[in-house]
Design a binder for this molecule. Structure first.
Ligand code: ATP
Ligand code: MG
Length: 247
């Protein structure tokens, strides 16, 4: 349970711009994007293919350098850190879920999660195993814990990828189309898990998705078109009662 939510954004993007290519082939993919995200909230980013959603996610999460603008995460300027500092920040505070799963073929589902707990956080072997099993259970993957990616369906791989992102209880969770490989029932469960990471554990969750059915499961929806946020309120502040829960 979260008793209070800071009105300071956990992540603030200020006038981000990014282009690809040079000269005649140069195309500007993000124009002057500003955005505030808050701890305890799950936000959905929607927009047409090619509008710049993945590019924005990559910049916000420290994976892709902006041409201009700043990203302030937990009070720290992400893009003025050294590469090493930024890497450490990401390891410690960020969980990622990519469309391509990015799982290691040689490792079982359980090992993919254990690895994060052990190397990311220095958990003991026993502790890593306990937490991996707990999360796999939550994800309905307990019986598949011993299987490798080639032995899992797309939806099952996606659940392992989500478990891997959530096992370190990250401050930030970025998910690019986490439900696109799933049927709606599995997709809804995935969104509920991400929502619980926000509401119950205070994570700042940002997901990119196309399915409008997700809208009712999130706190806030942001629309992007041609590299800009549409009808966007820069001064948005979350409603304080929103994440208060009984018990
Ligand atoms: N590394 C790159 N080099 C050149 N162009 C790129 C690169 N990455 C993205 N782009 C271009 O930037 C634009 C936005 O891409 P982006 O992946 O952010 O879109 P998107 O909104 O995530 O689309 P989708 O819904 O299809 O995933 C596209 O036109 C794409 O071709
Ligand atoms: Mg994309």
């Amino acid at each position: 349970m979260i008793d209070d939510m800071p009105s300071v954004p956990s992540l603030q993007a200020v006038r981000l711009s990014r282009s690809f290519g040079q000269g005649e082939t140069k195309s500007t993919v993000l124009h002057d994007v500003s955005l505030k995200l808050y701890s305890g909230q799950i936000t959905l980013l929607m927009g047409p293919s090619g509008s710049g959603k993945s590019t924005l996610l990559a910049i916000l999460s420290g994976l892709l350098h902006p041409d201009a603008g700043r990203v302030v995460a937990l009070g720290q300027d992400l893009w003025s850190m050294s590469d090493r500092e930024r890497e450490r920040f990401r390891l410690r505070h960020c969980g990622f879920i990519f469309q391509g799963y990015n799982l290691f073929n040689a490792l079982t589902a359980r090992q993919q999660l254990e690895m994060v707990a052990r190397w990311g956080e220095g958990a003991s072997t026993g502790e890593a195993r306990r937490r991996a099993d707990e999360i796999l259970m939550l994800l309905g993957m307990a019986k598949k814990a011993h299987l490798r990616p080639t032995e899992l369906s797309g939806g099952e791989k996606q659940r392992v990828a989500i478990g891997r992102a959530l096992i370190k209880d990250p401050n930030f969770c970025f998910a690019d189309e986490p439900t696109s490989a799933l049927d709606w029932k599995a997709g809804e469960q995935v969104v509920e898990l991400l929502r619980s990471a926000a509401h119950d554990r205070g994570a700042t969750v940002l997901i990119v998705a196309h399915d409008a059915r997700i809208i009712e499961h999130v706190d806030r929806v942001i629309h992007m078109e041609d590299g800009q946020l549409i009808d966007h309120d820069d001064d948005y502040e979350p409603m304080l009662h929103k994440i208060k829960q009984e018990g």
